[in-house]
Design a protein. Structure first.
Length: 125
């Protein structure tokens, strides 16, 4: 399993893309997707909602369990991935590409996120 070097990672297993024009993309890692099992339902934050770093903002339900989704940054949601709502299995099949979850206009510089290498060491993957 390879964690893309250009992303930053939370200890809750979310990833954050680089901020472009004030907006970053959020998803869950391949490690988290594998641990969840087959994702069958995604509740994502609504466009316009404010999310806070480290706090829950949605949930993913799999055949095994329900897992909270945490925001790695504080800001306003600018997009939710309707493709994932319609086909939650994208989280498993393409967690770093088509399985992204939401986009957020970042209100403050992200704190405490891990590099790919640090996340790999943290997660053991």
């Amino acid at each position: 399993m390879s964690n893309p070097q250009q992303l930053r990672y939370s200890e809750e297993h979310e990833w954050l893309s680089a901020v472009e024009d004030g907006v970053a993309t959020v998803g869950i890692t391949e490690y988290a997707a594998n641990a969840l099992g087959d994702v069958v339902y995604a509740q994502l934050p609504e466009v316009g909602a404010t999310v806070t770093a480290g706090e829950t903002c949605g949930e993913l339900e799999s055949t095994k369990s329900v897992s909270d989704l945490y925001s790695p940054v504080t800001g306003e949601v600018t997009a939710a991935n309707q493709d994932v709502v319609d086909d939650p299995s994208l989280v498993n099949s393409a967690p770093f590409e088509g399985g992204w979850l939401f986009k957020v206009r970042v209100a403050e510089e992200p704190q405490g996120l891990l590099s790919a290498d640090a996340y790999t060491a943290f997660s053991g993957n």
